[in-house]
Every structure is written in C-alpha cells, then in structure tokens.
Unconditional design. Sequence first.
Length: 140
Amino acid sequence: MTSFFPQRLAVAIVTTLLAGCGVDLGEKLQSGQVLAWHGLQGRWNGPVVPAEPSCGPTTHGLMTIGSKGFGFDPFESTTIMDGAIDPNGHLSGKLVRQFGNQPAQSISFDATAQSNGGEDTISGTLQSARCQWKVTLHRG
C-alpha cells in the first residue's frame, strides 16, 4: 500500500498541472509572428512602389532595425542601405554607389514610423536622381 500512494499522488499532481495549462504560453513565439521586442527594433517588410513605370516594377523591401540604426534592402537584391533613426521615429538613410569612371549614384530614404491601433507602419519615400518610390513597411 505504501507504493500505491506515491503513484496516485504523482498522477494527481500531473493531472492538475496539465488541466491548468489550457493555453500554450509559447504559442506566440512558435507561430512565426514577428513580435516587437524593443521599440522599432526587428524585421519589417512591404511594397516599394515606383512613382513612374520607367523606374521599374514594384518590389518587396526588407528592413532590419537594430539598436543603432537600420539596414534596408529596397529592391530584393544585394543593395543594402544603412540609416539612422531619431528619437521621434524618423528614419533616414543614403546609399552612394560608384560604377567605374561614371559619376556616383545616390539613393536616399526618408520615412516615419507610426502606430495606428496596434498596427505598426513605416511609411516613406525612396528617391534617386530620376526616380521616386513609395515605401510602406509592416512588422514581419
């Protein structure tokens, strides 16, 4: 009879623990959903839409924001623009590329971060000498 009591006690404890765990506490971490850990830090993505057809097709931009700034790939390529974020949520960056003996080409990015009813968005403009793109990024 002494060995039977500890087994019943163990079963009762395990049953109580399992019954109290009706919600998977790790579900948000396992879902693939991107969570905001600290301010704007994290991964953002969304459409980069040209103002004119001669500036190319719509692409899908990807931005990663860290504690000291951001890296932005606006054209689904290997071109990464580095930038900074001010305390008010204003993002700015510039990429300058040199191709041989040709004049340097630059692209600038100017955007603001906004929170609207739990929906975080970064909206702004990407500008080169001849083209402009509208950028709208969401967490993801």
